[in-house]
Design a protein around this ligand. Structure first.
Ligand code: FAD
Length: 511
């Protein structure tokens, strides 16, 4: 039921006192947006994970920053209410939910900002925290021929949602995560204050909010660095039977200087079988090319590795120039010969590639099923051990979805942000992106993820969860390690009553 503020109707006398308190508070506000009663059918009670569901008190669609500040202040005046900013709800474990509290649908603010500017001679764009990256891409390329430098694989995610985590894809080895590619934020703190922050203005709030899991403020605007968008992308996959050769080549590519490497480097694990989701067919970019397993060496085991790279070029580049440049980059790599898959696509098609997969999965009814995903950052020193135990053993038969693995460089991440990382310069992002039909298998897979994390802890691996999900304070303290004190101090400064992002379960609402 959608009502305008000030016209909240209570359904029954049984409605809790919470509702009375809330409607009283809301009547005193002057919101420009709208408000819906929270119930289990509300988008605010679900997320992409499909593992949790809670009932919010209200779902609010703010019209802008003033509405957001009013809602946070109103929550602060109560002894118990919390506020969750919901981006596009693509979390796995209820991180954008608020049980019995207010959920702000940030998508309603998506169009509030879109302004091109030049900062220190470089182009930047001001965008709303509630904007989807796919819209930022489309608008930047079509209007200005410019594009952000660092992406996520999938772009139906909001600017504020990915900046609250990190935002990682195959460009991060060169430009760092998305959190390394913003120069200014506008944020509503847990005190309901509207603050502009940057490296030099309110730096604690700026760096705290980046990778801050929504704990310090709600990002309402971000200034994102841009570069000239290429026209075309040559997208290539090559196959390895040996993990050591795959990691050596991937690390070689991410350690090269700009111009000496591809523009995008990722990779994934797949099964040495004809399984349509986890096996050979998952490698082919071009449906007319067939994967020929007879080209694999005799020594190939049950698990194989695919290195995925992309090379940017312009329409004006001659195809032989592109061929030469790509061959030169492949020159020193030791993949299995003649198991290469290649396709040339437009830059937009390349960046929107997961959208096509989403459309396909939706048509097959497999997009909206549970996703017990596990994402980790694992240090280079431990990745071979991880391969032996997890890839070659625990998940060797596939997981019903992609198993991503590619290296990143710590020096491209700003240690002043809130993101927790392993200690070594080279670390791998590992993503077990499971698609599991509803039923008992879901708990089994959640249990398998827990087993993997427990194994990493018990073996003393240098690792961190990405998009972390813990339930106890002790686990969160271990996750942040020596950064915990700084994280807790930032919380005390910017959200002392722990009103924001309760779904992360790090701090308890105080008075
Ligand atoms: P939500 O899930 O809505 O929110 C996430 C958290 O951020 C919550 O705690 C919420 O309260 C908080 N939050 C939301 N908006 C704001 C805001 N404006 N200000 C402050 N806090 C806010 N991640 C990668 O890095 N790389 C990938 O390639 C990648 N691919 C993905 C593909 C798919 C299909 C999916 C489902 C997820 C993927 N992710 C990837 C993970 C994604 O970055 C996170 O799940 C992110 O949180 C989703 O953004 P969202 O806008 O849906 O945020």
């Amino acid at each position: 039921m959608i009502t305008c503020l000030g016209r909240i109707v209570h359904d029954s006398d049984a409605e809790s006192k919470l509702d009375d308190d809330a409607s009283t508070v809301f009547r005193s506000l002057n919101l420009q947006g709208t408000i819906e009663n929270g119930d289990f059918s509300s988008i605010a009670s679900k997320d992409f994970g499909r593992l949790n569901s809670v009932k919010p008190l209200f779902l609010i669609k703010p019209s802008g920053v003033e509405d957001i500040a009013r809602v946070v202040k109103a929550a602060a005046r109560t002894p118990h209410l919390t506020v969750a900013a919901r981006g596009n709800g693509h979390s796995i474990n209820g991180q954008a939910m608020s049980d019995g509290g207010y959920v702000l649908d940030m998508r309603s603010t998506a169009d509030n900002h879109f302004k091109l500017m030049t900062v220190n001679g470089s182009p930047c764009i001001d965008v709303s925290g509630g904007a989807l990256w796919e819209d930022v891409l489309t608008r930047c390329v079509s209007r200005y021929g410019l594009a952000p430098r660092s992406w996520t694989d999938y772009l139906s995610l909001t600017v504020g949602g990915t900046l609250s985590n990190a935002g990682v894809s195959g460009q991060a080895f060169r430009y760092g995560p998305q959190t390394s590619n913003v120069t200014e934020l506008e944020v509503v703190t847990g005190k309901g204050e509207i603050k502009v922050c940057s490296e030099t203005q309110n730096p604690e709030l700026f760096f705290g909010s980046l990778g801050g899991l929504g704990q310090f403020g709600i990002i309402t605007r971000a200034r994102v660095k841009l570069q000239q968008a290429p026209d075309m992308v040559r997208w290539i996959r090559v196959v390895y039977s040996e993990f050591e050769e795959f990691t050596r080549d991937a690390e070689f590519l991410v350690s090269r200087k700009e111009g000496g490497s591809f523009d995008y480097v990722e990779g994934f694990v797949f099964c040495n079988s004809d399984d349509p989701v986890n096996g050979w067919p998952s490698v082919q970019l071009n449906p007319v090319q067939e994967f020929n397993p007879s080209r694999l060496p005799q020594t190939a085991g049950s698990v194989l590795y695919c290195l995925e790279v992309a090379y940017h070029y312009r329409n004006s580049d001659h195809s032989s120039t592109v061929d030469t440049a790509v061959s030169r980059l492949f020159g020193r790599l030791r993949f299995v010969e003649r198991l290469m898959s290649t396709v040339d696509v437009s830059y937009m098609e390349f960046l929107l590639r997961v959208k096509r997969a989403e459309e396909h999965a939706k048509a097959n009814g497999v997009w909206d099923i549970p996703h017990p995903w596990l994402n980790l950052f694992v240090s280079k020193k431990d990745i071979a051990d991880f391969d032996r135990t997890v890839f070659k053993n625990m998940v060797k038969d596939g997981i019903g979805g992609p198993i991503l693995i590619y290296p990143l460089l710590r020096s491209k991440w700003d240690s002043r942000t809130s993101v927790a990382l392993p200690e070594s310069e080279i670390f791998y992002i590992v993503g077990l992106l499971r698609f599991v039909p509803k039923g008992p298998l879901v708990d089994e897979k959640v249990g398998e993820n827990r087993e993997i994390v427990n194994w990493c802890i018990s073996e003393g691996l240098d690792f961190k969860l990405y998009l972390p999900h813990y339930r106890s304070k002790e686990d969160w303290k271990r996750h942040f390690g020596i950064q915990w004190t700084r994280f807790a101090k930032r919380k005390a400064s910017f959200d002392p009553k722990a009103i924001l992002a309760p779904g992360q379960r790090i701090f308890k609402r105080g008075t």
